[in-house]
Every structure is written in C-alpha cells, then in structure tokens.
Design a protein around this ligand. Structure first.
Ligand code: IFM
Length: 462
C-alpha cells in the first residue's frame, strides 16, 4: 500500500491534478474569446466521436470558484491548468481581450486564497484560428514570435502569482498529430510539415522564456513533453527498426534540441533538412535554460514494421492479455520508471514533475450516489509507487499531477473516456468526487502528516 510507503517523497513534493482550457472551460463565445483551431476542427462532422465540442465542456469558466473549493477539499498542493491564447488575444496577435485575461487573474487569485499553487501552461493545443489562417499555424515562423508576445502579455498580468510556467504541453501532439499524421487540427499529413511545426514550437518555447523570466522572476519555467517507451513487437529487424524510429520521433525529438543534443538524423525529412541547416541560431534559443521538465506518461507501445503502408511510424500492436484502460492503452506502471530514468539519463540535474498520469475508465454513478472506480485507484497507486522508486534512485522528481481533475472533453474521443478523479454529469454539470479522489486526498494527507511543509509564502506585490 502506498500510504504505508510514503517515506521516499520529500516534504517539498507537490501533489497536484491537471486540466486544460479547451477541455474544461466551455463559454466558447463568451466575453470576447476568439475561435481556436479546435473550435473549427470540432465543427467538421466525423472529426470527433459523438460530434462533441468544447463549447460547454465542464462549464469551468463559470464554475471555477466551486471547482477550486473542491480542489482545496481534496488537499491539493497545486493545480495545473492551461490558458486559452484566443481568450486572451482573440486574433492571435495585437489587441488584448481584458475580460479573458481577467478570468485567469480571478482563477489564480482564487487558487492562491485556497493555498493551491497555480501551475499555468501557455499552450495546450488550442492555437488561435486566426494564426492558422494567417501563417499556416506552426508551419509559420511568425507564429513562434506571436507566442512570445502572448507569453509576455499573460506573464505581465499574472507574474509570480503563478508558481510554475509551462510553455507547451506535449508539442509532439501539436506537431506530429496535427501536421504529420493529420488526426488533430490542422489535419495535415506531411512528415516534413510535422518537423517544421515541431521546430517552430520549440523556437516559440525558447523565445518566450526571457519574457517569463523578467515578468515572473520567482516562478519556475519549464516545458511538458509526452513519453512512451517503445518496444519492438518481435526480434524481426523491421520491427526493431520501427521501434527505433518511433522512439526517436516520440521520445527524443524534443528533449534532444532542448538539452543541446540536437535533432536525430532519423527524425528529419528532406525539406526540413534545409530548414534546420539554417537554424543554428534557433538551436541556441531553444536551449535557453529551464528549471524543470514536465513528463507526461500513460502507457508503452509495442510496434511492428516501419514499412507498414498506413502509419509511417509503424503499426501499433496489442500486448496479448494486457490489462487496458478505456482508451485501449495497456496499464504498464514500470514504463513510468523507465521514462523517468531515460529523462534523467539525458540531463541528470533537471527537476522533473510528472505533469500527467492517469487513466480513463467507464465510470458510472452507483445506486448509493457515488462513483466507485477501483481500477483508477489501482492505476494511480501503482504509478506513484514507480515515482517513489525513481526518487529512491536519486532521480529528482519534485511533484505528480493526476490527469485529470475532472472528466472532460477528450479531444477526438469526445466525452466518452472519463479521465477525472471527479465525475462530471455533463447534463447537469454536477460534480461527484470519485473514490479515487478520496484515496488521493488520503494519500496527500498521510504524506503531509509524515512530512509537514512550510506554508507557501505570499507573492510579493509589485
Ligand atoms: O487529455 C489528454 C491531455 O489533453 C494531454 N495528454 C493526454 C491526455 C489523455 O489523452
């Protein structure tokens, strides 16, 4: 039982939960918010299961006070959320929409009042649609410059009241699924465009850091990447090659440039070769020092044959007999330790937050009015045990964020997969704290009793 083995977690360990703007906020047309690429993508029939959109989602934009009170009730140290760029700057550049910015001011103040540290992500996939039309989104270098301006606007307003600023969440998804593979907006299927988008996302990250440092000198600054160990499905050379190239693409194409290793040759197509040859200055910008790396982990993947005609990264195969979540993902806690070791092998001194980990299950409200989700509790407990092992090995893991606080809009999967530790009835917007959330609250309380922490100092007012 984890509650009996909380010793490895240091007193400063941050216990949190996360969400993102488009997945929970709703109020898509309220207070001057501009459309994002996800608003447009969701309007095309067939793109999202069940025809779901983020128009209402969890109605968090209007219910944030109650949601923060609920987080406080669970004893969370930190809340990881994202900011909607098009709510703050509807056109992507230029005029700032004060009511949009004020929402995040109110949210951050509410969190601070509740003793919860705000961890803000600037970009969780919802690019202003105007920038897609104007510059082709992340294919355009100007989008990276616009991101730095947006980072400046938001960090001027919120500054050090945000405890940790994350530039991007999972830029692999934005670039490779959006531009290379086409399952996410803008829906392009061109590997060279995927590479260009990923380079510009990294450039945007580096360009934003000086503004974050100067507007929020006491806050931590970092980026969140997704990781999945990739295993060849057999000893066949083609399967081994498939796994190797997918590993480079998924697990290394961002961490390499960020930490001075550069891009792996395997990751680069012919057009992007030309782009990257002239990108030496960019590489210096991308390597701007950061305080932490966010690591998101859910599962591992078994891969077959890179020459498979449908998927250039190879064909994913199921692990026979494996336990799976409602996403079809194998439950494989060891992969989290593998991931933390792999990150630590690249940069042993970088502080790591596990910024996402969690599981979707087909939760239902029982006759007793509760949501009993033992599979999720078991998943979280097993993965936290791997975090404890990593810390025991000396890997500097500083915090853990359950994905997700709330059941929410799961992108192309719509509202079917429920990732929350809090159930959301999407008809009534009623929240029900699931058993897994109660377990998480008990775990946090047990750790606090074992290792009390000094209160968070109030931010200095300018
Ligand atoms: O819901 C997503 C989140 O937005 C990004 N990381 C993976 C989660 C589960 O698919």
């Amino acid at each position: 039982m984890l509650v009996d083995n909380l010793q490895p977690f240091p007193p400063s360990f941050v216990w949190g939960a996360g969400t993102s703007a488009y997945q929970i906020e709703g109020s898509a047309d309220i207070d001057g918010r501009g459309p994002s690429i996800w608003d447009r993508f969701c309007r095309t029939p067939g793109n999202v299961a069940g025809g779901g959109t983020g128009d209402v989602a969890c109605d968090h934009y209007r219910r944030y006070r109650d949601d923060v009170a609920m987080m406080a009730g669970l004893g969370l140290d930190a809340y990881r959320f994202s900011i909607s760029w098009s709510r703050v700057i509807p056109d992507g550049t230029g005029a700032v929409n004060r009511p949009g910015l004020d929402f995040y001011r109110r949210l951050v103040a509410e969190l601070r009042d509740a003793g919860i540290r705000p961890f803000a992500t600037l970009y969780h996939w919802d690019l202003p649609d105007a920038l897609q039309s104007r510059w082709g989104g992340w294919i355009g270098r100007d989008t990276a410059k616009a991101f730095a301006e947006y980072a400046d606007v938001v960090s001027r307003a919120l500054g050090d009241e945000v405890a940790a600023w994350t530039t991007h969440n999972e830029p692999w998804v934005s670039s490779w699924l959006g531009y290379g593979w086409g399952s996410h907006p803008p829906g392009y299927r061109d590997l060279d465009l995927g590479m260009q988008a990923s380079h510009h996302l990294l450039l945007a990250h580096g360009l934003a850091i000086p503004a974050l440092r100067s507007n929020a000198p006491r806050a931590e600054v970092g980026i969140t990447l997704n990781f999945s160990p990739i295993v060849p499905a057999s000893t066949d050379a083609r399967d081994i090659e498939a796994a190797r190239s997918a590993d480079v693409n998924i697990n290394r194409s961002f961490i390499g440039p960020l930490f001075g290793i550069g891009y792996d040759e395997l990751a680069i197509g012919p057009v992007s070769h030309a782009l990257l040859r002239s990108a030496e200055d960019d590489m210096r910008v991308i390597q701007e020092p950061i305080d932490f790396l966010g690591a998101n982990y859910y599962t591992r993947f078994l891969l077959r044959d890179a020459s498979h005609p449908v998927n250039p990264f190879g064909e994913y195969v199921e692990v026979p007999g494996a336990e799976r979540t409602a996403m079809g993902w194998e439950v494989y806690p060891d992969g989290l330790l593998d991931t933390l070791r792999a990150v630590n092998a690249v940069r042993s001194d970088i502080k790591i937050y596990v910024t996402e980990n969690g599981a979707a299950y087909p939760d239902v409200v029982s006759d007793d009015g509760k949501v009993h989700d033992p599979d999720r509790t078991a998943y979280l407990e097993a993965h936290l045990a791997q975090v404890a092992r990593a810390i025991g090995e000396g890997i500097p893991v500083a915090g853990y964020f359950v994905w997700s606080l709330l059941d929410n809009f799961e992108w192309t999967e719509g509202y079917r997969p429920r990732f929350g530790i809090v159930y959301v009835d999407f008809e009534t917007q009623r929240r029900i704290v699931k058993d897994s959330a109660e377990w998480y609250a008990r775990t946090i309380a047990a750790h606090r009793a074992l290792a009390p922490r000094r209160p968070i100092p109030p931010p200095e007012m300018p």
